[in-house]
Design a binder for this molecule. Structure first.
Ligand code: RAT
Ligand code: ZN
Length: 414
């Protein structure tokens, strides 16, 4: 009998990772029916806020507002010049752009921006969605649907047809992090909320949530929270979560997704690129999981320093599902570390990645880079169990990879 070779095992794993559809559980993409809210193509890629932050590092004297007042194409050309022509694109976001363009077979060799623009100009939004989803075998893109955003709200009020490629998630940051300003937003939307969390305001918040749940039929509700968000707490955001949102989600059998650790707008002049990071107190999650055992929580945390604690706490509470390598952790170095740690401590019971794509084409690099790392980690791990004489069949691999790439998510929603 021949000894199993890691090279052959690696090939089987790479093939299955490519063949197995993945569900992208958190993106900022929209279906084509949302019109200009769907960002795609080279100019949107170059003006991605991850790249804008890197661009300004080369320009000590450029006024932020002057740059942002340029037309989008001029901003994109400046980023192309600085990050791709004047210097080599080695950061994860700039390297990622090249991975996406290369996979789409864009003309890269001449480094000519107009040629890249011409390539994207010939794609309709719907063709473009198909092309990108097929390139990395994504079966579903979950949007982030924010009723507090007037542009998005207008689309829903006009009516948007279903698109089977996209699903919804209801984003409620404002309720949890911006009370009482959010009370004013609710009034604008026709719900009689006041700053005080009185019984009538509580019922207005509940009606607002129900109205949007019924309107957009979200897979889950979600909020991105600062590192200081803590529980238990008398703060209005904490009370809205524990007294109103979670009981309602329980009734409707919906999951809450928490993305914790973002310090918003430490440099407001950078606009969308101006957010930073902080470490959370993991006891907040313990409190939540223990006090609401019949609620379920998808959880991702921004700070590297919280990741081991998150694994340990997820071992204690099956109603917590760690997901993704979020934002400042979405680079090979951290993906590798987090995925290894999660696999070693949670087995296959986590969701390794989401793209967080804001621009359609980004799903390509975010998933390809992750799959390259997954292939290495899984090859090593399966090789260690095969070394004991445990034979890993293709069916085993297919089942496990499907769990990681999609089934753990869909099962958790049940
Ligand atoms: O990853 C990002 O692009 C961030 O700006 C945020 O959108 C973050 O992912 C969030 O959902 O709050
Ligand atoms: Zn996001």
């Amino acid at each position: 009998m021949s000894t199993p070779s890691p090279a052959r095992l690696r090939q089987r794993i790479i093939r299955l990772l490519a063949e197995t559809p993945a569900t992208d559980i958190h993106t900022h993409l929209f279906s084509p029916a949302f019109g200009s809210l769907l960002l795609r193509g080279i100019d949107d890629l170059l003006t991605y806020h991850y790249l804008i932050a890197e661009f300004f590092r080369w320009h000590q004297h450029l006024d932020y507002d002057v740059f942002f007042s340029l037309p989008r194409e001029a901003q994109a050309a400046a980023v192309w010049q600085t990050l791709f022509l004047d210097h080599s694109p080695l950061s994860e976001s700039s390297r990622g752009l090249l991975t996406s363009l290369h996979t789409l077979r864009c003309p890269l060799r001449s480094r000519n921006l107009d040629k890249l623009r011409a390539f994207f100009a010939q794609l309709s939004p719907s063709e473009h969605v198909d092309l990108c989803m097929r390139a990395v075998n994504i079966d579903t893109l979950v949007m982030t649907n924010n009723p507090f955003d007037p542009a998005e709200r207008a689309c829903w009020e006009r009516g948007v047809p279903d698109d089977p490629r996209f699903r919804t998630a209801l984003r409620i940051d404002n309720l949890l992090t911006a009370w009482p300003a959010a009370a004013q937003d609710l009034r604008t939307m026709g719900f009689r909320a006041s700053a005080e969390l009185s019984p009538s305001t509580r019922s207005a918040i509940r009606s607002f949530l129900l109205a949007w749940i019924n309107r957009i039929k979200p897979l889950y509700l979600m909020a991105s929270l600062p590192p200081t968000f803590s529980l238990p707490s008398p703060d209005p955001g904490a009370r809205i979560l524990t007294d109103i949102v979670l009981p309602l989600l329980r009734e409707r059998n919906l999951v809450m997704a928490l993305m914790i650790g973002v310090e918003r707008q430490v440099n407001p002049a950078l606009r969308l690129a101006g957010d930073s990071i902080g470490r959370m107190n993991i006891n907040t999650l313990v409190h939540l999981a223990r006090s609401f055992p019949t609620n379920k929580f998808l959880v991702t945390i921004l700070s590297r320093e919280n990741q081991h604690e998150l694994c340990v706490v997820a071992r204690k509470f099956r109603n917590l599902m760690p997901f993704g390598c979020w934002w400042f952790l979405n680079s090979p170095f951290f993906i590798e570390e987090l995925t290894r740690m999660r696999l070693e401590w949670l087995g296959l019971t986590f969701i390794p990645q989401h793209s967080d794509a804001r621009v359609l084409d980004q799903i390509i690099y975010k998933w390809l880079h992750t799959k390259q790392i997954l292939a290495e980690i899984l090859t090593q791990k399966y090789a260690t169990i095969e070394a004991t004489g445990w034979k890993v069949s293709n069916d085993d691999l297919r089942r496990d990879i499907s769990d990681l790439l999609r089934n753990n998510f869909w099962r958790f929603l049940e």
